[in-house]
Ligand binder design. Structure first.
Ligand SMILES: [Zn+2]
Length: 416
């Protein structure tokens, strides 16, 4: 084992151990009593149920992550990487096609390993708590569509990147970067009209009190809202959500049908106020720019590593290639990915507070937002008392109690 191999091995094991430690702290934090704020929403039985849901998910997460880590290590130390390479090269397909095939095989192996876990999570855990609405047919069709879409989008992009790194020398990293940026923008643009309808039905929100309240609110904050859509989220889960898609004047807001059924009009307007707050405060644009910068950094580092013989020695490869270098760099990148992920989540948690405050200030008080957050937490059996270290490692949103406390603090302050 060379230094690169030790770095990768240590990073993989440390990350696993860190998450396990955070999980243990999180479970031990379940003894914190039910927050007063939620006394009226929960009876003791249902609250205990939310805690067993967390325990079940945590234990399942350990098994899933443990099996994945073990599989990677076995594949690595049983020389799986050079073996697949030998099979692919024996086909005599040429560098580009061989590269695409090599990477597609590895991704497919990983996907097959994940399949039983996704099945168990959907049909056992989510079903046990009354969340699952996915039929077996939907589950199978989703995976097939996902795989086909992945090939249609991924193969051309991957071919482009491999081509640049084969032929463009020191310019390869920023050629690839530009290609990925162009791809990200195109996907963002076509997602609402071409990709999402492959998986869900979107219908314009029916005319009525809710539509009127939403449109009036949007115009009160000068938000150029074209239309509000309702998505059949209930096709897969009883859980609910709302999100934003589209660019420029083509902006639309999507509400899950489950969300519309569970909340009052005031709560829904507050939730949309929060979503529009993200837009008004440029969180979406900044998020996109950060992802672009991360991609650029990754390609730059890739260009430094991809022709280092030690990277290939670490995986017992007798033959150096751009495509295998891409895969091994992906593993070497684990620690950087981990730290940049922590940073992104930290920024995201701060943005959530800002979006909540925006909703509070523009919808006439924070009470509706607080009620919406409570209803969401109870209906999703969310963990009300997560451990701070677990939040630091895993949460893109602040814990619900912190959000409610921030809203209450804002409400007691006179507005300037
Ligand atoms: Zn948000």
């Amino acid at each position: 084992m060379n230094t690169i191999a030790w770095i990768i091995l240590t990073a993989l094991i440390l990350e696993f151990a860190l998450h396990w430690m955070a999980d243990m702290l999180n479970l031990s934090h379940l003894k914190v009593p039910l927050p007063d704020e939620f006394r009226a929403c929960y009876d003791p039985t249902r609250y205990r149920r939310s805690q067993t849901y967390l325990r079940d998910n945590t234990r399942f997460g350990w098994i899933s992550a443990g099996v994945h880590l073990l599989a990677v290590l076995i594949f690595w130390f049983a020389d799986g990487f050079p073996w697949v390479d030998l099979q692919v090269r024996s086909l005599g397909w040429g560098t580009l096609a061989s590269g695409v095939l090599y990477i597609v095989i590895l991704i497919a192996l990983n996907g097959l390993l994940s399949l039983p876990f996704q099945f168990y999570a959907t049909f056992v855990i989510e079903a046990r708590y009354g969340f699952n609405r996915t039929t077996l047919a939907t589950f199978v069709i989703d995976r097939l569509k996902g795989a086909i879409l992945g090939l249609l989008v991924g193969v051309p992009l991957l071919s482009g990147i491999l081509y640049f790194f084969e032929t463009s020398g020191r310019h390869a990293w920023w050629f690839s970067w530009l290609a990925v940026i162009a791809f990200m923008l195109v996907i963002q643009y076509i997602a609402p009209t071409w990709i999402m309808p492959l998986f869900n039905r979107f219908e314009p929100l029916a005319e009525g009190a809710l539509k009127k309240a939403i449109m009036e609110y949007a115009s009160s904050i000068r938000f150029p809202l074209q239309n509000v859509f309702v998505m059949d989220g209930s096709k897969r889960s009883a859980k609910s959500n709302a999100f934003f898609t589209g660019f420029g004047r083509n902006k639309r807001i999507v509400l899950f049908d489950t969300l519309v059924h569970q909340h009052s009009t005031e709560e829904l307007v507050a939730v949309l106020g929060h979503e529009m707050g993200h837009y008004k405060q440029h969180h979406i644009l900044v998020g996109l720019l950060i992802r672009m910068l991360q991609t650029g950094l990754m390609f730059f580092l890739l260009s430094l590593c991809i022709s280092q013989p030690s990277l290939f020695e670490a995986f017992n490869m007798s033959h150096m290639s751009v495509y295998a270098g891409l895969v091994f760099f992906g593993l070497l990148y684990t620690p950087i990915d981990f730290f940049s992920g922590l940073l992104v989540m930290m920024v995201s948690r701060r943005n959530e507070f800002d979006a909540d405050r925006f909703a509070m200030q523009t919808t006439g008080g924070g009470e509706a937002m607080i009620n919406a957050l409570k209803t969401l937490s109870v209906s999703h059996l969310s963990n009300l008392t997560p451990h701070p270290f677990y939040v630091f490692l895993n949460y893109s949103h602040p814990p619900v109690m912190a959000r409610i406390a921030a809203l209450r603090a804002g409400m007691s302050k006179p507005t300037a």
